[in-house]
Design a protein around this ligand. Sequence first.
Ligand SMILES: [Ca+2]
Ligand SMILES: [Ca+2]
Ligand SMILES: [Ca+2]
Length: 433
Amino acid sequence: MSTQVFTAVAADEGQMIAARSVGLGTLIKALIILGSSVFAANSNAVVCPLSQDIDVTLASNARWEMCWETRAEEGVVLSDGYFTDADGGRRKVFKSLSVSQINVVFDDASAPLNLVTGAGLGADNFRTMTAQDCPDGTRLGGVLCQRIEARGYAYKSYSQQKQGSSVVLSSASTPGASTYIVRWSFGDDGSVAPAIGLSGDLPRVATGASPYGWPVNSNGAVGVGFTNNYFWRMDFDLGTDDADDAVEELEIVPSADRRRKSKTLTLLGTETARAVNADLKRSWRILDTQITNADGRAISYHLEPMHDAHRSRAGGGVLATDVQFTRYKACERFSSVNTAASCGDDVTQFVNGESTNAADVVMWYSVSYHHLPRVEDSNGVPVHWDGFVVVPRDWTSLNPLALLPGSPLRSEYRREFAGVHSIAVTQFAGDAS
Ligand SMILES: [Ca+2]
Ligand SMILES: [Ca+2]
Ligand SMILES: [Ca+2]
């Protein structure tokens, strides 16, 4: 556990906050209203409303800090996330992460569901996390399970290797017949992997020779197929300034004879909605326009869409594209059925020409999964996971997990955090010496 003491406080947008001394267990109940200038001066502080903080140091010495809260609609919302790499470099990664809609479209054209803005993932639709739900973990607020999970090799090269691990946060919600397990996995490599597990009961069962599903018992019951369109809102705020980030699109473009493939980088300077393109290996990254690593490269987080075999394009609107980049606006919470006054109805309306160059950028991403029931679903749908991963790109000039003690590479690597951290060089648990 951490022994670091946070005494400085920070907040944006003047929210009311409570300062907490982490590790000493001392709660300083000081409600303070602070402005953004204070945030810049005390960027090392993590201060959580209601003191709902998460602070986990993994075996590699990598550390994730963030706040969590619950809302009736989104369920668990994570905020103010900081990643400290295995060699001690610490930066802010995100302002807010949430599930921004779950849209269920049935194959028999019965009324679709919007579960986040409809029944909601939170409040009474949370399922209590029991000790059995959260083996070897820590239960937070009765609804969130915090665990450390092994993720296998962090790297392997000849005889050298390191095993990685992740902080995994899970909650379970039942906004209808289906149970959804909302999972956020934060790796010791800085990766962020959101996922949603579908389980519970089938949401729609018909009878007779329906072509829209699959027989789920011997008495003519047919589980109707459906598509879950999962939407996430990811407000990355990289580094010390939330208003100086930008978006770049990456493509790998084949030559006419397809013998060469050229990398192209395109700055997306205004709000935009984009679709994946498997042939061009299209992907996107959020970068900081000011902070670079020791090699002079912009630090960034990179979305690599690898899960697009299922899709629901026919409905148009928010389903016509896969990812959207917008300039931050507080009322833009839900990818669809966004009902806040003076705000767009869905993320396609949030995309209205504002600048995303050196701005507070928000990334919206969706993944679709079509569930064709099977008879095993009839007494409890086996969990089906869908999600994606966002990884650091040039966040550091070397791989911190592969820095061996005493390596001359370490002094080069540590230059990029000069003035940000000055702790003694640490030994890695599990390293060959
Ligand atoms: Ca920034
Ligand atoms: Ca906008
Ligand atoms: Ca942002």
